[in-house]
Design a binder for this molecule. Sequence first.
Ligand code: PMP
Length: 391
Amino acid sequence: MARVYLDWNATAPLRPQARAAMIAACELRGNPSSVHAEGRAARALIERARAEVAALVGAEARRVIFTSGATEANTLALTPRIELGSDRRPRDLLLVSAIEHPSVRCGGRFPPGGLEEIPVTARGAVDLAALESRLAALSRAGSRVLVSIMLANNESGVVQPIQNAAEMIHAAGGLLHVDAVQAAGRIPCAMDALGADLLSLSSHKLGGPKGAGALIVRTEAVHLADPLIRGGGQERGSRAGTEAVAALAGFGAAAAAARGALAEEHRQVSLLRDRFESELRRVSPDAVVFGADAERLPNTTLFAVPGVKADTAVIALDLEGVAVSSGAACSSGKVQPSHVLAAMGFGPALAKSAIRVSLGHSTTESDVDRGIAAWKKVYKTLHKGSEGIAA
Ligand code: PMP
């Protein structure tokens, strides 16, 4: 029987448009930096991809810096040496929300003492009051901050109040980096509307290949004076190395497909997610859905049943043919409970029971139903007080 893939936040299956663009790109032989016809053909593919990725976030194509993925994009962005117009003084401090991806939480290229966390509320959104008071204190002290807040959390799916945060940050003279990896292609991500000065994307979360991503800067005034990879001057000096032509062509095609289908995919996926959650509650009335009262991505359910260990449940579901994850894929294999749930105030016992189900545009009603049927079996087996299960 075909497997059911419900782990789209870990990575999305390749979109057919991305596959076709990559296969076509593999036929090209030129280096995009070469001036001859072969080189120009490769360059044309990259520039097309750049325009497609830029369009997804309403940016100008020349503001897109291609990278090997969002981990690199985040690391490139999070440096004290971000210049703003003629202001070349380094940033003193990096503020990150307590629920960021590890590639942000580790602080990029800020020294260990130059990193601070901003708490989140119990609903899983960054605490704007805490952010505002910290920014006010720092601005009084003359500190120049860079702030990094994700648009949507990879574990809970909770959408962050980026516009409000951006206003506060800019009023305090700060700059805002937004990790939009999980939001892109699922909800609108226009950089201007968000107020993001820098924004990271990952190709493989929106149906492109793994190993490609982008850091996008909002205006020409924002300049990264400290590239991570120096050498041949590609990407306008911001990221050296011969470009991964096929991967970038696939990234561009995925971005274009995601943008074209955004409204329809949002509608379809949220209906399936609602179906999943109502069945989940029927089958396991003691399930807790994290962030249920908050604005969430249309595709994500993070839930726990007290007493049912997520690691065991994930393996049992896998044996039933269903792929889900316990917390974030990046941290699976490690025993520590999720930092996201800890930041939301949940204890380690419940956090160790957290299972993430995430859907995507090719998920079907039958996938959801098979996922639920498998969960019902697993729940019956693993749940100590299983007498209470509804039929
Ligand atoms: N940020 C978020 C929110 C993510 O979910 C991920 C992927 N787990 C990344 C960054 C890293 O992206 P990549 O896999 O492209 O390095």
